[in-house]
Design a protein around this ligand. Structure first.
Ligand SMILES: Cc1cc2nc3c(=O)[nH]c(=O)nc-3n(C[C@H](O)[C@H](O)[C@H](O)COP(=O)(O)O)c2cc1C
Length: 352
């Protein structure tokens, strides 16, 4: 028997290379993933019949993304009521016919080897095509959008119930994860805002009151669903400090989400006003994710021009986020995951 002396010199170089965090299998928020890359939710505006139902275009779009080997695929924001869509071309999950097609899509994506999540939301005052636009207060998004009606108590309860009903349909359709849209200027984000929400009842005023609309939804969902539950938050609106929540307040909300049973926070920015950052650069939202990670003991997902796999690796290694969300990179480069593998010199197929 040969005695092999192991030292750095006589071992093949690749054996010494650290496993890529980006490309290695992992468990995040109770989900076993084959890598730390997720397809970020992106509206495809593909519902030509305006019935909120998935059609072959969605199957082709999401099937292609699954083949691209993302560990988790998050289906675009899917409205919990007809008037909760940003446009009539959005998906919906307020009836059983929509749920039936969702089950087919989830089964199909599972057969392609990816985990599947879905983002559930209500566009609030950003519901451009809605017959009745609603929001916490009667303040419109901009001149091109209708002035919303302020929600009364009964309507608040109705919309919370719609989130719960859509969650039940998503679970029945077999999704691995449900994400609630709490960012991007959608209804829940409007409740969070100290400017867009001017209510004087228990859903407005203090931060705890502005969190209550979402809190009651989460509590209701947690009474029947114990699997992966995520929330998306937008941590900067690019307006004056006094016109938005401070980072410390988002950290407080993050800790309340953990207390109330949420498993992961997906960090983004913007959407509440017609404003954005002066310029965007690769990883521009990572500092917000890192701020959340510093304060909240939950996995954090982050998006935002994360095209460079070495940068993604660095973000993970330095513990600034746990999951990398990719949106429009796949529109131009179907091979992004494979190229990342080459870039990070991962040789073993099992690692994907
Ligand atoms: C066309 C398009 C549609 C999007 N739709 C949604 C959406 O429905 N919900 C959401 O939370 N984010 C949405 N986003 C934001 C993305 O999920 C992502 O956070 C953002 O594009 C930054 O990631 P990227 O630089 O990898 O594209 C959308 C982005 C694009 C470009």
């Amino acid at each position: 028997m040969l005695s092999l002396k192991i030292n750095q010199k006589n071992l093949p170089k690749k054996e010494w290379q650290p496993m890529s965090m980006l490309l290695s299998p992992t468990v995040i928020a109770d989900l076993k993933l084959k890598n730390r890359i997720a397809l970020s939710p992106m509206r495809t505006y593909n519902v030509q019949k305006h019935d909120g139902i998935l059609n072959p275009l969605h199957f082709a779009h999401y099937g292609a993304r699954a083949v691209e080997q993302v560990g988790l695929l998050i289906i675009e924001v899917t409205a919990v009521t007809p008037d909760g869509r940003t446009t009539d071309d959005d998906l919906g999950l307020w009836n059983d016919e929509q749920a039936k097609e969702l089950k087919k899509l989830v089964d199909f994506l599972h057969s392609l080897g990816t985990k599947v999540g879905i983002l559930l939301g209500h566009a609030g005052r950003k519901a451009k095509d809605a017959t009745k636009v609603v929001a916490p207060s009667a303040i419109s998004y901009n001149d091109e959008y209708s002035q919303p009606e302020s929600l009364d108590h009964a309507k608040i309860k109705e919309l919370q119930a719609a989130f719960v009903a859509a969650t039940k349909r998503a679970i029945a359709a077999g999704v691995d994860m449900v994400e609630i849209q709490g960012g991007e200027g959608f209804l829940i984000d409007e409740f969070f805002s100290p400017v867009v929400n001017t209510r004087e009842d228990e859903y407005g005023g203090s931060l705890a009151n502005r969190y209550r609309f979402l809190q009651e939804i989460i509590t209701a969902i947690r009474s029947f669903y114990q699997n992966s539950l995520w929330v998306r938050l937008s941590l900067d609106e690019y307006v004056k400090a006094e016109e938005q929540n401070k980072i410390s307040e988002w950290q407080t909300i993050g800790n309340w989400l953990k207390r109330d049973g949420v498993d992961c926070i997906s960090v983004t920015t913007g959407g509440l006003f017609d404003k954005g950052p002066d310029y965007k650069y690769e990883g521009w939202q990572v500092p917000y994710a890192a701020a959340m990670k510093e304060a909240v003991e939950l996995p954090i997902a982050v998006a935002g021009m994360l095209f460079d796999s070495k940068l993604c690796e660095y973000i993970l290694e330095t513990n600034q986020a746990d999951l990398i969300l990719e949106a429009h990179v796949f529109d131009t480069n179907a091979r992004w995951v494979v190229e990342s593998k080459e870039e990070l010199e991962v040789t073993s197929e099992e690692r994907l």
